[in-house]
Design a protein around this ligand. Sequence first.
Ligand code: GDP
Length: 447
Amino acid sequence: MNPTIVAIATAHGVGSIAIVRLSGADAYAIGLKLSQRPSLTPRYATLTPLYALDDTLIDEALVIYFKNPKSFTGEDVVEFQCHGGMIVADSVLRACVDAGARLAEPGEFSKRAFLNGRLDLTQAEAIASLIEARSDDAARILARQMKGELRGYIESIRDSLLEILAYSEVVIDYAEEDLPLDVVEQIFGKLEKIKQELSRTLESSVRRSGLMQGYRVAIIGKPNVGKSSLLNALLDYERAIVSDIAGTTRDTIEEQVRIGTHLIRLVDTAGIRDAHDEIERIGIERSIEAIENADVVIALFDSSRVIDEEDRSIIELIERYREKKSFISILNKSDLAQSFDTATIEHYNPIRLSCKQDTQALVDTLSTLMDRDNDSQEMMLISQRQITATRETVRAIDEAYEPLHDGELEFFSFHINAAIRSLSSLTRPYELDEMFDKMFGQFCLGK
Ligand code: GDP
């Protein structure tokens, strides 16, 4: 049997209350021992003194007993809501250990919840990420996933795949003849629908990944165009070294700043120039690297100067990446006399501003751009693990088409099996029994 575990569930430090949580077969007995009560009513908050094993009074606390299986972990759980600060919670924790509990490992409560079927992996991941959410919208998506939204979506697709697999297995085992053509068409149609749905989820999850991790915003532009000034204006304090000497900002600098409801990560890169020396070449490579790592790229142009080769290389980069990344173009230094041939970048709808005076127009554009991704109720994969597993599923479905077409059902089943396994790794492991249930339940073989 699992040992009873205990942990302080609230953050360390000074706060008005601290929660100590126990889970396991002895949780109730330990709860009674510390409260010195004959019983605790499940799901009732009981105000009671708490005592150490030598009868010293520790605190007066609220105690709640959650009887298994209706608890977070599925085991007996007791929560002590005691007074905050480190001393009281530590004393309660120690008393629990003295009474037979052991300290929980990180994540052990959630692990037990998963093992006892109280949570699937998507919910467990949502809980872990919610604590570190970087935007209001991310928090909302995660809250929906905690309630099982992603699980429901994955399981309905998994169910469809299981049906297809069961059908294929039945035909392999019982049919003397080849699959009729219309059945092949039907299965093909179903698979295609599943694949499209998963691909759309993948695409939108990758596109919106900034919602979870914080949007990465890169600032590019030739030296002296105002990148550091812009960064500073956004951060509202001097972080990068601003200077008139071209190429001062050679290192990539990253800072976090809150824009609207989002926490964004700003990256300032070395200026892009037609590389002659090693360091400047690194600058170009770094700009390309920054673009590739960014969700949004701010491309700066100096409107007080005539367009030159370096600006053109920025335009080339925009052209090269504009399908894949969101770009915001800026004509900076609007406070000076204007010399830039704006026609060359007019189709990017550049924002005219002065980093020295007012960057509100940029902040508004950034906000709108990031908010654009939010309204959709589209399903979202929130971790690399989930994205990889979904990609694997799509790949396995792709590989199933050919054998289906050629009537090689054993190979077809093999790939659909692989697809189900990958998809199942998102939520809960796949068990062969489920396929048999589908097979025998669905086809009423009567044998
Ligand atoms: P970077 O090399 O692209 O990082 O450019 P900096 O931010 O170091 O700016 C280069 C020079 O342009 C500095 O002297 C800034 O003060 C100046 N500068 C930046 N933005 C503006 C602006 O909007 N108006 C004016 N007049 N000067 C600016």
